[in-house]
Design a protein around this ligand. Sequence first.
Ligand code: PMP
Ligand code: GLN
Length: 376
Amino acid sequence: MKTAARAAGLGTTIFTEMSALALQTAAINLGQGFPDTDGPPEVIEAAVAALRGAHNQYAPLPGVPPLREAVLEHQRSYYDLEPEDLLITFGATEAIAASLLGVCDPGDEVVVLEPYYDSYAACISFAGAERRPVTLAPPDFALREEALRAAIGPRTRVLLLNSPHNPTGRVLTRPELELIAGVCVEHDLICISDEVYEHLVFDDARHMPPATLPGMAGRTLTISSVGKTFSFTGWKIGWCSGPTELVAATRAIKQYLTFAGGTPLQYAAAAALSLPRSAIETLRDDLGQRRDQLCAGLDAAGLQPLVPAGTYFVNADVGQDAVEFCASLPERCGVVAIPMAAFYDDKAAASTFVRFAFCKRAEVIAEAAQRLASLA
Ligand code: PMP
Ligand code: GLN
């Protein structure tokens, strides 16, 4: 039966492919980024209470009031941001899709830092828009002004950002964000900012939402979710906030993608955001220890890790073609990881680099490190 070219071109996501490979080979899955433990028990209890407490019908389209209040308070207390409007979504993923469909017309161009999260390319193409990648290359994955300026043209409408950045683990610095803000203002661009790893930053790194830079609040849609911060990636409760027109366009699309649901989990997400700051700090510090553990393990295995400033991921130079390396890794030592090339249009940019997820229990990381060491 004939189906749309749009669907055929998408294939299967690298995450699904690699998680299936891990299951099939009974390998340790350091591919898809999801924690192997649950988030805070009191948040789970809040979900149970909401399920038992008659919160089981459609949510209002903009989201349930307690979660809306909690997100606004979060933006205010962490970043001093007072967005004009806010929308609760099915994960950050829906906010990314609905915002791109809400702001891009066919033929518009979206500048995106590559390597990029895979849903960006798909959603840009659903909108009939075109992506213009700006390549971040190892070992520093720094944003270069010439590369950014070269990607911008008369049809550029959106700069789609992600910091802390999946898959590099980089946190954009203030000078890089100032460059981005300057370019957005100069070319009158909309900034869509995916900040799902906002709280997962280590050592001296600080996350700074682009919306906090001069000239940016009125042109930036800020997106996040509870998945990564609180280790509930399967809940898919997210949000976007920013200027009235950008949120309204996103909401207009969202009402026909999914309308509004996940109602009990919206209540539980409000409980998560209302935990004391120390709860997030504990999750972050624990994750930071596992980052150090996996980096040490990669080092011992002779794979050169690039110690990340944030996210769930560390990249390592495996000194050979990473696609082939990852394809044979489960068989050779029972570990699954993802080649960085999966996130690039420019396949040569980081062809020997592999992404490993460290959001796993210490004993799982220890076992994976031992297995990787057996390669040497
Ligand atoms: N953006 C990035 C950069 C991600 O890594 C992820 C993780 N899946 C998402 C968005 C999706 O977030 P959510 O699960 O809240 O839809
Ligand atoms: N964000 C997760 C990762 O980068 C995967 C999410 C998904 O499977 N779509 O590993």
